[in-house]
Design a protein around this ligand. Structure first.
Ligand code: 13P
Length: 253
């Protein structure tokens, strides 16, 4: 049985004070959620303060991005050591916004995922097809290729420490959620690929769905056999709404 993982990706939103206000409101609302993993990914400027606010709680800190190099002339970047230093336990890598807006390749994503694992940070590796790719019937081919390359440098014995996030680009921030059946179809295909890549260890990898997840659709998504969690943008910005997502099964998780 895979432990559900509910993660918030705040993207370029929230100041330090706003992140602290969120934490103060959110932590009591999820204090009893001991059967799920809960993750918050604030912007880099709020990582340190939010990490301190979450210390000793059941909520883990994540970076939204990372550079795979140890140190050096990489203006504007953060190394695996640096995000470990502020207390990150997870790092989102290969989000579609970074792939499309900043030209990140699956090869680069593979380097990031391997680099953070080396620092005992769990990568949340994102994959997802565009609207055009889905219309052209290429969804499985696109996701298959992204998985093959982005996960190529994960050591077999570390498979259980990675998380995959399936985020169809057409569902991100659009209010258009994939139906649970559409999401499950792709998650089942991802699960098959993970078994091919990692044999039995592939079964331990959690696969999150992302794209317009809300309090009112999370339960039916989580009820699907191969959906093990959610990566949430817009609906994670308010403590009340993200706490409802974390407590998706009414606290029985
Ligand atoms: P929304 O939940 O706002 O659609 O964003 C999804 C996402 O990109 C999370 O990484």
């Amino acid at each position: 049985m895979r432990r559900p993982i509910l993660a918030a990706n705040w993207k370029m939103q929230k100041t330090i004070a706003e992140a602290e206000t969120f934490a103060a409101a959110f932590l009591p609302l999820v204090a009893k959620a001991d059967a799920v993993d809960i993750v918050l990914a604030p912007p880099a400027t709020a990582l340190h303060a939010l990490g301190q606010a979450l210390a000793g709680s059941n909520v883990a800190l994540a970076s939204q991005n990372v550079n795979p190099n140890e140190k050096g002339a990489f203006t504007g970047e953060l190394s695996p050591d640096m995000i470990a230093d502020v207390g990150c336990r997870y790092a989102i890598v290969g989000h579609s916004e970074r792939r499309t807006l900043y030209g990140e390749s699956s090869e680069f994503v593979a380097d990031k995922a391997a680099a953070v694992l080396g620092r005992d940070i769990r990568p949340i590796i994102c994959v997802g097809e565009s609207d055009d790719e889905r219309e052209a019937g290429q969804t499985f081919a696109v996701i298959g290729e992204q998985l093959q390359v982005s996960l190529a440098k994960i050591p077999k014995d570390r498979a259980a420490d990675i998380v995959v996030a399936y985020e169809p680009i057409w569902a991100i921030g659009t209010g258009k959620t994939a139906t649970p059946e559409m999401a499950q179809e792709v998650h089942a295909m991802i699960r098959e690929r993970l078994r091919v890549m990692f044999a039995a260890d592939g079964d331990a990898i959690r696969v999150q769905y992302g794209g317009s997840v809300k309090p009112d659709n999370v339960a039916e998504l989580m009820a699907q056999a191969d959906i093990d969690g959610a990566l949430v943008g817009g609906a994670s910005l308010e403590a009340e709404s993200f706490s409802q997502i974390v407590n998706f099964d009414g606290g029985r998780a």
